[in-house]
Design a protein around this ligand. Structure first.
Ligand SMILES: [Zn+2]
Length: 203
């Protein structure tokens, strides 16, 4: 598994291109902006995109999803709770175009030899998910290095976020954390330094 991080847009959301190196099939997670930069990377490395995964519906994570999906032919996946019908203007929920696929807790989407497991981790938004693939967690705005997502936007809920953080922290084993903003981390590190995660887990 090869993970390429491309920070995009004014909010510097992390777009990840996750590739199965055997087949060059890849998933594009959170193409929030700068579709040209993302598409250039895909083209330069001759990857075959098979999915656009959205961790949640906020505009800084979804802004280029339509264009990237159209240009690559890969379908968009998102949790339905973070969507509105196309044409309904909203900043914090995604206007899902026709053909959008909806994933929910427990679903697995295969990209070549990679298996992306969906965990619903609400709190930052109602439809936030964490994608788990091998020993990597793509946490969106649920869990950051040393912090967690805000809960003051529509659909945010601090109690739910704490339950979600706890669920992530209680996954067996150690995981790389690939968050929606800022630098990556590891769960073992976050359990010692991240006060939000520690509080959620009763540590
Ligand atoms: Zn967000």
């Amino acid at each position: 598994m090869l993970i390429k991080c491309i920070p995009v847009g004014n909010m510097e959301a992390n777009c990840y291109v996750v590739t199965d190196e055997e087949t060059l099939r890849c998933a594009i997670i959170d193409p929030g902006d700068e579709s040209n930069v993302i598409l250039d990377y895909i083209e330069d490395t001759k990857l075959k995109p098979e999915a656009v995964f959205l961790t949640h519906g906020h505009f800084d994570h979804t802004g280029a999803a339509d264009v990237v999906a159209e240009e690559t032919g890969a379908p968009i996946w998102i949790n339905k709770a973070d969507t509105v019908p196309k044409g309904k203007l909203e900043m914090y929920r995604f206007q899902a175009p026709a053909g959008t696929l909806f994933y929910c807790d427990g679903d697995t989407v295969d990209i070549g030899g990679l298996h992306f497991r969906v965990m619903e981790t609400p709190g930052h938004s109602r439809g936030s998910v964490t994608l788990r693939c091998e020993d990597a967690l793509f946490t969106g705005d649920t869990l950051f290095q040393g912090s967690c997502g805000r809960t003051d936007l529509p659909g945010g809920d601090m109690d739910m976020l704490m339950l979600s953080l706890r669920r992530l922290g209680e996954l067996p084993g150690d995981f790389e954390i690939w968050p929606g903003h800022m630098d990556p981390s590891r769960m073992s590190v976050e359990k010692t330094v991240n006060q939000y995660l520690r509080y959620a887990m009763g540590l």
